[in-house]
Write a protein that binds this ligand. Structure first.
Ligand SMILES: [Cu+2]
Length: 288
């Protein structure tokens, strides 16, 4: 808990530091990035990650109690039954009560662990009331984000070379900056469905969101995110997928609803989904 609090302070400090330099690449601060000397989980930015962290805290208490108990038994047995203190060893081999106890108690502990685990699995599994869907495609080796509910335009997200990053987005972290981020509105439940192209699996993972979706060619995997705070958040492909595995970072830009709508209009226009003028076009807009 103390570690977490320190981390939270670190996170807040780095967010404040980032605020000062964020203006050059966009209005949003860089929030969800790894930082030096990081231990424990990253700070949580979604309700899902809050639950992941609290399950972790519960498990930490349980395993600590078990470890302390086992250590106590070991030390006690070494001391109490040492040859000098206990020269004639007992010939007892069975104790029914004890055997029932050490079968039942671990089962109860596992049940106590299983209930919140399954609850969390199902909580993160499906978006209950998603405002819209983004399809994430893991390509070899870059991410693509398709917005089927906004006209089905697609955004390719590729890592920036170090020279380009310095030129275009100097305040973005090295090796994590991309040309086009996934853009989502704040405080909105977004359904993520993931798949992969080509012949390798990838992992769409943003640690601060508590999401890690393995994306597989020919399959759709579902998850969801809802991020309250505007800003830039980063993750990395977490499936060893091949040559350029380490060069397919995940960048998510969380913006206000109005800014999101503006971004969508702009993307639709450049994808040819909107008429170039304000006059209604005679031909219906293409959907793909
Ligand atoms: Cu990958």
């Amino acid at each position: 808990m103390i570690g977490k609090r320190v981390l939270a302070i670190f996170g807040a400090l780095s967010a404040i530091a980032a605020l000062g330099v964020a203006s050059s690449a966009g209005a949003q601060p860089v929030i969800g990035v790894p930082h030096e000397w990081q231990m424990d989980f990253p700070p949580s930015y979604t309700p899902l990650m809050d639950k992941v962290a609290s399950l972790h805290d519960l498990l930490l208490v349980i395993i600590t109690l078990i470890s302390v108990f086992v250590l106590f038994l070991l030390v006690y047995a070494m001391w109490r039954f040492h040859a000098s203190r206990n020269p004639t060893a007992t010939v007892t081999t069975h104790n029914t009560v004890l055997e029932i106890a050490w079968t039942i108690i671990p089962i109860l502990i596992l049940v106590v662990i299983a209930i919140p685990s399954f609850r969390l699995l199902y909580y993160g599994d499906k978006a209950a009331d998603a405002a819209f869907t983004i399809k994430v495609t893991g390509n070899q080796w870059y991410w693509a984000y398709t917005y089927p509910d906004q006209g089905n335009f697609k955004v390719d997200s590729r890592i920036l070379s170090e020279a380009d990053r310095v030129k275009q987005k100097p305040n973005m972290p090295r090796m994590l900056a991309v040309d086009e981020e996934m853009v989502i509105p704040a405080n909105t439940v977004v359904r993520i469905i993931g798949t992969a192209e080509g012949n390798s699996m990838h992992g769409w993972t943003v640690p601060g969101f508590g999401i890690k979706k393995t994306v597989i060619p020919g399959r759709l995997n579902e998850g969801w995110i809802s991020v309250p705070k505007e800003g830039y958040y980063f993750g990395q492909c977490s499936q060893i997928c091949g040559d350029l595995h380490s060069y397919m970072p995940i960048a998510v830009r969380v913006v206000s609803k109005a800014e999101f709508d503006k971004w969508v209009e702009q993307k639709k226009k450049s994808a040819g989904l909107l008429p170039a003028t304000d006059f209604a076009s005679a031909t219906p807009p293409a959907t793909r």
